[in-house]
Unconditional design. Sequence first.
Lengths: 945, 209
Amino acid sequence: MKEQEKAVFLPDVSRRTFLKGLGTLGTLGVLHGCTTESVPETAAPEMPEPTGAVVESLPQPDLKPPSIEGEIFAGCAPHNCGGRCLTKAYVVNGVIKRFVTDERPDKNLVDGTGDDPQRRACLRCRSYKGRLYRSDRLTYPMKQTKERGDLDGFVRISWEEAYTEIAEKMLSIKEKYGPKAFYNHYGSGDGSVFPGYAATSRLVNLFGGAQEYRSDYSWPAVEHMSWFNLGQNYYFPSGNSQDDIVNAEVILAWSNNYSELIWGTNSAWYMQQAREMGAKLISIEARQTNTVAGLADEFIPVIPGTDPALLLSLIYVMIEEDLLDKEFVKKHVHGFYDDPSPTLYSAGVDATKYKVPVGASLSAYVIGDSEALVDGTYIQGTSIYPEEIYYNVNEDDELAGKGTPCFGQVAKTPEWAEKITGVKADTIRDLARTWATKKVTTWIGGGFQRCSESEQSPWLITVVGAITGNFGETGRNLAMHTDKEPVAFAGLPLVPNPIMMDLVADLYDTSNLTAPDYTPFITRFTFPVFLWHDVAKNGGTGKSEWNDGQVKRTKVGIKCLMNIAGNALLNQTGDCNKQVELLKDKTKIELITVVDQYLTPSARYGDYLLPAACAWEKNSATTNWVVGGNVIYMNKAIEPPGEAKPDYNILAELAAELGFGDEFTEGKTTEEWIKEQWEAGPYAEKMSHDDWRKEGIISTWDETNPTLIQFAAFRADPAASPLLTPSGKIECYSQALVEDYEARGYDNNDTGVTLAGALHDGSSVGRFVYPIPMYIPLLEGKHADGTHPDVTGRQQKGYTFLMQANHIKERSHSTHNNNAYMNELYKMDKDGNPAFLDPNRKLGFVWDDDVYEPVLINPADASNLGIENGDRVLVYNDRGKIYASAKVTQRVRSGLVMLGQGAWYDPVDGIDRGSCANTLTRQRPSRICQGMTLGSDTLVAIEKA
Amino acid sequence: MQYAFYYDQSRCVGCETCVIACKDWNDVQPGPSGWRSKTSTEVGEFPSVSVYSLLMSCNHCEVPVCVEACPTEAIYKREEDGIVVIDRTKCDSNLECLNQCPFGAPQFGDDESEPIQDSAWLVPHPMQKCTFCWDRWAVGLKPACVESCPQRALDAGTIEEIMEKYPDAVRSVVGFPDSTKNPEGVNLPSGDTMPAIFFKAREALPVVK
């Protein structure tokens, strides 16, 4: 068996000899003329063809370098990765032999050569052979004939059968439940601008519409708060163009691990350039990431989830030491100071209904009960906020009636924060003085929002940047970077959702909005994507597992789910073991159609599995995302394996089966869409379509474009250039946030709590969501002094390690988890040796034994538990158990463990051998935006296994 | 002439793109053989830890101990560019090169990663190692690792070019092995191998507040 398993992964071998059936053909058999393994009945057996694989004769003495062969195709393999970088494939005999990256001149600020850096690809795209050439690719359509998830139930069908059956079921569901039973699920695996997600959106909208989600699994709190802090036109808290970082005196990299996460092409390179040009980089982070270790001049270690306490204490120091320009703050920031008669800049908003009562401002909350800091003008009273906050949950929820501190009456001194965050009080004072007096550019990541109180950190980061004047000028940035000018290349055109306004009527009540024109529209017709499982389970019943107002208002549950290029059906959603129960229940979701390249944990639960082409197997295009400044033509270099085809084609053919193929394609292939868009866009005059296709890339800016300074006009004259918030200012008392929460169907009044004064609505009744940012401990978190509340009782149960589920450089979420080239850099066998998933393994959800994800643990903790580096360990809590391999390192704090998110869930006998972080996390949404995956709000136990 | 590497440890974030680019360019399959690899030295205790990455392949030493150690004369150093080359048809896998190389440069595949064998080989998996991308130099390109680095931490050129471009370069950094000793710590009879690599050292950062 072992002999056969070691079959060859050889690009030389004709791809036609790769997998043709569920039983893969050992290519070693091909080479040696041996027999193949037995083929299960469900597969279509096909004998290998002799390939004549060439055994290359090696160079002889007086050796000469081999010649470099192959036809070169430019492209990119974008997944849900923040980078969009250039790679070029060398193709020989229809097989990709190797990749190179951008080979244009490298022009950089640090050496004065310009500002058009090569878009160099990282290891994810350089290792792409490991993703393309595997024996377990999906190569023909299949349908499930038994219980969902049962591997034995998959049988091969033809494309025609697949389209016919799926179309019949879609029509039947539409007839029975209407369009609201349809749902195009979050599927971000293809990061091109012609992705399966967009094609599916066209399909369902042409079919009659569907329910829609908002936001994403990645940045829901950052985005939600941006809509309310900065205005609804700021989907992200975008700031200055990335080149401006070199003008900063201090760079704050807060929860920012851009060198592993990859957030924008070249972001970590700009951080390094700025350092070499004189900026000091301070990392505020939970552990020594590669970004901290490689790029930070100073490191402020903070316990995950306690960042808001740190940020509040910084504000305290700024108030106490009078470091702020108070009139500047009042002019640009709403609600930092008490403001019963505010000056508003937004037209049509009634200032008498948009006030910040005495003691209700953020400053008042920060000083708590410290009367000495009440100045009578800006801070007119001590805090009206309570000591405790409760959870807005169903009566049978484990959190019903349970309170946790929100520290309303506490002065947020550095000494208070030190006990919570572990950051020394003196360090906090120093950081506050630095932030208030220097040109500071802040670049945030998303890790600090990955918790049950996810909204507070991103909100407070913006606030501190705003009150210190770090916006709207060169070298000063609030939160995120962007391009010098937006990329103008949209991709596959969307079709409007025909039932959008009907969904607004279902899901949102605008009647109590004070400033509806300045309250985001996106929350009105959508539900938070993280709650899709609640809609699937409870939609149309008036109930919600998490007491979500919009879920309760849905008219019907999800009955037809399209899961295209996504692994959020199971793997990337919380609490995998629980999620499986929903997926198995066909009385809930009646039809799950999956389009993918591999039998991922999510794909396993499809009713129909349709095989998709990868990047390099189809023509497409991609643009940079948050930042990067390029448009890339993704050339098709090779044929897809077996019957796999581009997802655009799959959806177009399904549309044709449903009777609207022409409307779907408008008569155009992907290539024609791309060409049409290119020629209609602004870049065609610089570079012809054909030249672009050949070169693969165009830079959309260089050193000749001016640096973009976001908020410059607002800074100079906020009354003339207001933000799209109700006040026209940056908001840290956000009445609109609270009103939106209520408009989404939440009863926000907590009658068990009484405030020491009134809020904007004149009421002193306590709330579940307040209009200011606060520090609220996590459900499963830690404090430096050991006093963290234990509202769920899990500390008591012995789950005493706080797990952080972080991004790793070797995966883009769950994509690339099976890439052997990268696996061996981090995965280990039970003896701690490098290990990888065999590229020749058979199709099927049969994990390679003995390949585990590393879990990082501090040496002191490991020693106490009798764990040595490389030992296999069991990481567990009452939600699940995983195997992992211990990586003992000083780069992580005692009491914390770090596990990369995105490994593929593979439970055997109740233990997940695939080491999926979400086997251990919850499905509970965060407090305000109701989004969030809780990868850093999870207590676990760990032991040698 | 002698080609040399330059590695700026202060720029390296340990991303291992060069490791992958090397395997990809040179068609080295996943498995025990890797011509380029990362070692990471942690100094201190959390949170006051400095991490020193070292990304390295064969250093194409001016006095290559592997050449001297090989009883079958399978390894030789090219005069025209100093690249140390293995003639795999002469290697009998006696491991003497590996036993002497201070840098662990000689690599050996296995049946999974090297399933096709040349009939001229004496053993199933003769030694393999970094060629300095001599195929790329031959057409005017720098090595795959150098041109892959997202942080621009790598360079290569003749020793003269490197010394001129990086006048402050040093010959060792934290984590770099002693080029006068074999892996067992025994002095090499031939003395310093004079590895063809130059460095910029990383400071003891970050400062922890």
